[in-house]
Ligand binder design. Structure first.
Ligand SMILES: [Mg+2]
Length: 361
C-alpha cells in the first residue's frame, strides 16, 4: 500500500492517529479551512498553510514568477476568508531551483508583495532552501477573528439557504486555455476573448471582504472556500454539518465565456462549474428567514455578486443536483485530490493535462 491508494482524506485520517491534535485552546483543528486558536475570551487566532509545488499546482510555462507568488498567497487568503477572518501576518518558505534567474526571484517577491499590500498582510518570516525538484512556495498565514463571528463548515441546518460568491468553472477553463495555447500556439486567438477565465486561474481574488460581511451579518451558519470544486466542497461542508443539500442547475453562476471554451473540448460547462475547482469563491449558508435587506447588504460589502444556488436538506437526502430537466441526480463529492491517481475522474478528465486527442473527442 502506498499513499496514492489512500487519497488525501485517507492520509489525513491516518496522520491524526499518530500526531497530537487536541488542546482546550484549539477550538478548530484539522479539517476546516483554518485552525482557530483561543487567545482570550473573545479573540481568536486563525492559521492556515498551503504549499504550491511546481509540476503539481503550476507549471512555469504558463505562470509567470509574479503570478506564482501572488497566487500562493491568494489561496491562503481564501482560507482566512472562509472563516470570515482578517489576515495579519505571513511566513514564506521557498524551495528554489539552483538555476532560477534572480529576476524571476524578484518577480516572485513582487507578486507576493502586491497582494500582501492589497490585504494589509505583513511578512513576518520564512525560510529558503535549494530545491532540485522545482520551485516550491509554502505559505503559512495568520489571521484573526472573534468567537462570536467564527464561521466553520459545521453549522448548516436543514432548511438553510446555499449561496456562492462570483462565478464557478472559470478557473479550470482558464487553465485549459493556457494548456491549449502552450500545446498549440494557433489557439492563442482564444486568449483575449477568454482573458477573464485565464485571469481567474492565474490571479484568483480571495473573497476577504465577502467573508467578513457574511460572518458579521449574524445570519450565516456555515462557510467554506471552493478550492476542490463546488461538488467536493459542498460535500465537505455537508459532511461536517451532518446534512444534505440540493443545488439548482439553473441557478449556478456560470461565466458567460465558459460555454464556448467548454464546447471546444467537448465538456459541459456544468461539469466545469461543479467539479473544476480552484475558483476560490466562497460557498456560504444563510438561515432560512434571512431578509432580502441582509442579503443585499452582504452583496454590497462583498465587492462581488452573490448568488443563491440551493438549500440544505436532511442528511438522508444526500447531496443532489436539481437539473434543468427537473430530474434529481446525485451529486457525488468528486473533485481534486492530489493523491488519487488519476487525480481527476470527471467528464473524461476535466482537470487533467490537455492531451492532443482529448481536445475534440
Ligand atoms: Mg479551504
Amino acid at each position: 500500500v502506498n499513499i496514492s491508494d489512500l487519497g488525501e482524506s485517507g492520509l489525513i485520517a491516518r496522520l491524526k492517529t499518530i500526531l497530537p491534535t487536541a488542546s482546550p485552546d484549539l477550538l478548530i483543528g484539522i479539517g476546516d479551512d483554518c485552525a482557530a486558536i483561543k487567545l482570550d475570551d473573545n479573540r481568536l487566532l486563525l492559521a492556515t498553510c498551503d504549499i504550491q509545488v511546481e509540476g503539481e499546482h503550476f507549471h512555469r510555462y504558463y505562470f509567470t514568477p509574479y503570478q506564482i507568488g501572488r497566487r500562493a498567497l491568494a489561496v491562503n487568503l481564501s482560507d482566512i476568508a472562509a472563516m470570515g477572518g482578517k489576515p495579519t501576518f505571513v511566513f514564506i518558505s521557498l524551495g528554489l531551483p539552483p538555476d532560477l534567474p534572480t529576476e524571476d526571484f524578484d518577480d516572485l517577491q513582487r507578486g507576493i508583495a502586491d497582494i500582501a499590500n492589497e490585504f494589509g498582510v505583513i511578512v513576518a518570516g520564512g525560510n529558503l532552501s535549494r530545491s532540485p525538484a522545482g520551485l516550491i512556495v509554502d505559505i503559512f498565514l495568520l489571521g484573526e477573528t472573534t468567537s462570536d463571528r467564527l464561521l466553520t463548515r459545521s453549522g448548516a441546518r436543514p432548511g438553510d439557504r446555499v449561496f456562492v460568491t462570483g462565478h464557478l468553472g472559470a478557473s479550470i477553463a482558464g487553465l485549459r486555455l493556457l494548456q491549449a495555447i502552450h500545446a498549440n500556439p494557433d489557439k492563442s486567438e482564444l486568449a483575449p476573448r477568454s482573458s477573464q477565465l485565464v485571469t481567474a486561474h492565474t490571479q484568483p481574488t480571495p473573497r476577504i471582504a465577502a467573508g467578513q460581511a457574511i460572518a458579521a451579518s449574524g445570519w450565516a451558519t456555515a462557510m467554506i472556500d471552493i478550492s476542490d470544486g463546488l461538488a467536493a466542497d459542498l460535500g465537505h461542508l455537508c459532511e461536517q454539518s451532518g446534512v444534505g443539500a440540493e443545488i439548482r442547475q439553473t441557478s449556478l453562476p456560470i461565466p458567460p465565456e465558459l460555454p464556448e471554451v467548454a464546447a471546444a473540448w467537448g465538456v459541459s460547462p456544468l461539469d466545469l462549474a461543479l467539479y473544476g475547482g480552484e475558483d476560490y469563491e466562497l460557498l456560504f449558508i444563510l438561515k432560512p428567514d434571512t431578509s432580502d435587506a441582509v442579503i443585499a447588504a452582504i452583496n454590497e460589502s462583498a465587492g462581488v455578486t452573490i448568488t443563491e444556488i440551493g438549500r440544505i436538506l436532511p442528511k438522508e437526502d444526500g447531496c443532489r443536483l436539481l437539473s434543468d430537466s427537473v430530474a434529481r441526480i446525485p451529486l457525488p463529492p468528486r473533485g481534486w485530490d492530489h493523491f488519487s491517481s488519476p487525480p481527476y475522474e470527471v467528464g473524461g478528465g476535466v482537470r487533467g493535462e490537455l492531451k492532443e486527442d482529448s481536445r475534440n473527442p
